[in-house]
Design a protein around this ligand. Structure first.
Ligand code: MN
Length: 320
């Protein structure tokens, strides 16, 4: 997915310092994406730019797309990050400049590692299902790996933890409670999809060295005593060995976590860099048609890069 904001705000995140356990509810923002879709942007938000290496979280749907084209995100570039496609309903057809052509379905991981340069498109395929519901997440690559070879991987066999007490957890990326996703990672982190049956009342073992945040995908649950419905991000801080989870109705959550990302990064449009020069070079390369390659087969024009903001990028902490 692409950040379609015509005037995306630049920002530098990273830095030191970690909190103990907190319960900080941070409202998401409704952001139009293309002509017919509105997403809930939960990260970055007004209070926070990153959770571990997770630097971008959009939750969309469930949207009735029976009479709609659904997702139609034209070819666009990425640098310095991984993209995670995660669905509960519908399907997304991914094409990229490596020649990948892959339909991603619910509970399958679509994981694209941009390295220094990749381009891709995402669309609801012809004959798509009636509903589209999912999340698009980005993971910042640490400096040592941000020039990694670009790659796309599709993982259909992800580990599932039966937590007892009505909880099951699919580990889509990283590690949780001894279960590890086959998806490639470049910093210690986790992304997990938690299913809570009505009546769940349990504790999930988590890593005290990770910071965590949770967002509700469907239903409503209680995370460490905080009621959480769709549309907000609950930041949980670090220092927990277990996370209390309750639900009165069938619910699902995404749990995102990782070691606090200490590097300062510059994130603008679809790029993660370390300096304004990195961003300017990437934008120029996309505009001139170099570096990022070509996406074959998408029916439409590629996205144009928005204008850079005037002036220098202002450093900001990862907590804003
Ligand atoms: Mn994208």
């Amino acid at each position: 997915m692409s950040n379609l904001d015509l005037r995306p705000a630049p920002g530098v995140c990273g830095g030191t310092g970690r909190t103990g356990p907190v319960r900080d509810v941070q409202p998401g923002k409704q952001v139009p994406l293309g002509e017919s879709t509105v997403v809930r942007r939960l990260l970055p938000n007004l209070g926070r730019r990153m959770v571990g290496a997770w630097c971008f979280v959009d939750h969309y749907g469930p949207d009735d797309i029976v009479a709609e084209p659904g997702m139609q995100v034209p070819p666009h570039p990425h640098m310095g990050l991984q993209t995670v496609t995660w669905l509960h309903q519908g399907e997304v057809l991914h094409r990229d400049s490596l020649g990948s052509l892959q339909t991603v379905r619910p509970r399958e991981l679509g994981l694209m590692t941009s390295g220094r340069a990749i381009a891709h498109s995402e669309e609801s395929p012809h004959g798509h299902g009636p509903f589209l519901h999912g999340a698009q997440l980005w993971v910042a690559l640490p400096d040592a790996h941000r020039d990694a070879a670009p790659a796309f991987a599709h993982h259909t066999d992800l580990p599932v933890i039966e937590g007892g007490g009505g909880l099951s957890a699919t580990v889509l990326l990283g590690e949780l409670a001894g279960a590890t996703s086959p998806g490639a990672t470049y910093s210690p982190l986790v992304g997990a999809d938690l299913t809570l049956a009505a009546g769940t009342d349990t504790r999930l073992p988590v890593d005290p060295d990770f910071e965590y945040a949770a967002l509700t995908i469907s239903g409503e649950s209680e995370v460490d005593g905080v009621r959480l419905g769709p549309g907000a991000l609950l930041y949980l801080g670090c220092g927990r060995g277990e996370l209390p989870l309750r639900a009165d109705c069938d619910s699902s959550l995404l749990l995102l976590g990782g070691e606090p990302f200490e590097e300062r990064i510059v994130m603008w449009w679809n790029f993660v860099g370390r300096s304004q020069a990195d961003i300017e070079e990437a934008r120029s390369a996309w505009t001139s048609g170099s570096r990022f390659g070509t996406v074959q087969g998408y029916d439409g024009d590629r996205l144009a890069a928005p204008a850079l903001p005037p002036g220098a990028l202002k450093p900001r902490g990862r907590e804003r």
